[in-house]
Design a protein around this ligand. Structure first.
Ligand code: HEC
Length: 204
């Protein structure tokens, strides 16, 4: 048989393809016939890099970089304050039943240890001599919704900020739930009647 150039070429391709098969499973890394992208020069994380003045190979994002969807340019929603710096009076989102339930869930996770399950300040930390404020006081009741939000976002006096633990929408949900607790812990006869609950049936 006459071996033409095209036969030789096909044979070469076949050989190249077979070169990457060992024929049996192996612990060794695969045989790479094409090296171009596999073994390029690069720096590992934390490796010193003489190219940059500060010697770091991991670069910081350019100043002012904002992650996608994280612009947070609405202070009313994200900080609980109006443009003039005053606290937002009322929760700027619709308060639905599921929203309130989310607030209860998040309150129970992040606030009960100190403020207690009903907001009276009797959280478990009390057993260790740590005292948290009641959220049922006149002071907290009279706060605009934005101020309670701000307590979560910025912290307040000796209380730390919880902005990194609690997402913006959940912060508002917690505010709504704190309001629900304030209502539930101070419901009078008229409130019960308004809700069609017979006050005589309710031990208080
Ligand atoms: C580690 C304990 C701790 C946790 C957890 C905590 N707080 Fe507080 N909080 C405090 C303390 C202590 C104060 C009183 C701060 C002060 O005035 O020095 C306070 C004060 C507040 C106040 C102001 C009350 C007032 O009338 O002055 C609000 C509102 C509040 N917390 C809301 C929350 C919410 C909502 C959460 C859950 C996201 C939360 N806190 C979680 C300890 C805590």
């Amino acid at each position: 048989m006459k071996i033409s150039l095209s036969h030789l070429f096909l044979l070469l391709i076949l050989a190249a393809l077979l070169a990457s098969c060992r024929g049996q499973p192996s612990e060794k890394p695969p045989i790479h016939t094409q090296h171009n992208m596999y073994w390029q020069d690069r720096f590992n994380a934390y490796q010193e890099n003489p190219f940059f003045e500060d010697g770091r190979s991991m670069r910081l994002p350019v100043e002012g970089t904002v992650a996608r969807g994280n612009l947070q340019d609405n202070p009313v929603y994200y900080q609980g304050i109006n443009v003039d710096g005053s606290f937002v009076e009322t929760i700027p989102v619709d308060v639905t039943r599921s929203f309130l339930q989310r607030g209860q869930d998040q309150y129970n996770v992040f606030c009960t240890p100190c403020h207690g399950g009903v907001g009276d300040g009797n959280g478990t930390v009390g057993e260790y001599g740590y005292i948290a404020t009641s959220l049922l006081s006149d002071n907290t009741r009279q706060m605009p919704d934005g101020e309670i939000y701000s307590a979560i976002y910025n912290g307040i006096n000796t209380m730390n900020s919880y902005r990194h633990q609690v997402k913006p929408e959940d912060r508002w949900a917690i505010v709504a739930y704190v309001r629900a607790l304030q209502l539930s812990q101070d419901a009078g006869r008229e409130d019960l009647q308004r809700l069609n609950i017979d006050p005589e049936q309710t031990a208080r």
